[in-house]
Ligand binder design. Structure first.
Ligand code: KG4
Ligand code: ZN
Length: 335
């Protein structure tokens, strides 16, 4: 089974070829980040237009790199949601048109299913079942993953996603959008304990998160101070608060589910301090930690090609003929 995967849910256009016996054969990505930076965030209309421009050349490159052509592709998989509706429609229109002209099936994939299966692209992939911490720009969820398509949401953010909190706080610190990775680098030079930000929701039972208060705490901490003198310490304090909150909820969820495997996925999963802290927690609990390489933590086509390949191979074709949707609950995805 060989699948061409297409991701276009936000501001990355990405294409990959995944083969169930040979693994990942190619992956190509164009990031629109510099185009949106002038506006301080993603402009949906510009994103859609750029996906239109980039998709076909990226497909050609991905096929050439895989040493493949359309005759060896068995199916197409594309991100059907959640995401920006215009951007999703471009990907869906493109993928289904290509599928019709090649005489192959096209399958719509849930973007978060792609993220949480991404560690399966790596050597020593996790076996099912596992606990997944999904931390991206749009979502923060703890998911009980029983098998392909069997997802139970154990907890989620009540307001901002972790990545969104990183990006908003980065903006307060004068960093360009999206500022998560830049804030993490700034934090490396900051001192621990100078700013002690709250650890939201840790004083309550349960597995939900809330990050909007942290951004406000950072705003208050910066008020009346010389930004250049304190920004590294604020970045450090903020990062420690987010990491400690995510880590404690993972510890609770591992204990609650009895799972022995923890997967980190999504863009914030690239955060080094988060990985280190979760590694300590799983070590203490005799569990195992899995995460994709950094480029597969953030949006990419490889995770969509892989998810498509697994679904085609298992005959789990719920997405055939579906239409793109901006909102789509992971727990309602079905098999
Ligand atoms: O998964 P992703 O590429 O897109 C969504 O589906 O949202 O995640 C992007 C998010 C952004 O908020 C970005 O700032 C954050 O991931 N991010 C990071 C790091 N690298 C990316 N946050 C913290 N530390 C990082 N190293
Ligand atoms: Zn994503």
């Amino acid at each position: 089974m060989r699948v061409l995967g297409i991701e276009s849910s936000c501001d990355e256009t990405a294409v990959a070829v995944y083969d169930d016996s040979r693994g990942l054969l190619s992956h190509r990505l164009h990031s629109q980040v510099t185009m949106h930076q002038a506006y301080g965030g993603v402009v949906p209309e510009l994103a859609s237009r750029d996906h239109v421009r980039r998709l076909l050349p990226l497909v050609r490159e991905a096929l050439a790199e895989a040493g493949s052509d359309e005759s060896s592709i068995d199916g197409l998989a594309y991100t059907a949601g959640p995401g920006l509706i215009g951007a999703l429609l471009v990907g869906e229109g493109f993928a289904t048109a290509l599928a019709v002209s090649w005489g192959k099936p096209a399958l719509g994939i849930h973007h978060l299913e792609g993220h949480l299966l991404a560690p399966l692209l790596e050597p020593n992939p996790p076996a099912f079942p596992f606990l997944a911490l999904l931390v991206s720009g749009g979502h923060t969820q703890l998911v009980d993953v029983a098998g392909l398509g069997q997802y139970r949401i154990l907890g989620e953010t009540l307001d901002d996603a972790a990545g969104e909190a990183f990006d908003k706080t980065a903006k307060l610190l004068g960093l360009p959008y999206p500022g998560g990775a830049a804030l993490a680098s700034l934090a490396q030079g900051g001192r621990s304990g100078v700013f002690n930000f709250p650890r939201p929701m840790l004083d309550r039972p349960g597995l939900d998160f809330s990050f909007s208060g942290l951004k406000t705490a950072a705003l208050v901490a910066l008020r009346g101070r010389d930004l250049s003198a304190v920004r590294a310490d604020v970045a450090r304090g903020f990062e420690e608060a987010v990491v400690e909150t995510l880590a404690e909820k993972c510890r609770r969820a591992l204990r609650h589910t009895g799972h022995q495997r923890l997967v980190i996925a999504g863009g914030v999963g690239a955060n080094r301090r988060l990985r280190e802290r979760l590694a300590e927690i799983v070590r203490d609990m005799n569990a195992q930690l899995y995460f994709p390489r950094t480029e597969f933590c953030t949006d990419n086509g490889a995770m969509i090609a892989l998810a498509g390949c697994l679904r085609f191979a298992a005959g789990k074709l719920h997405g055939l003929g579906m239409s793109a949707r901006a909102n789509w609950e992971l727990g309602a995805i079905g098999v």
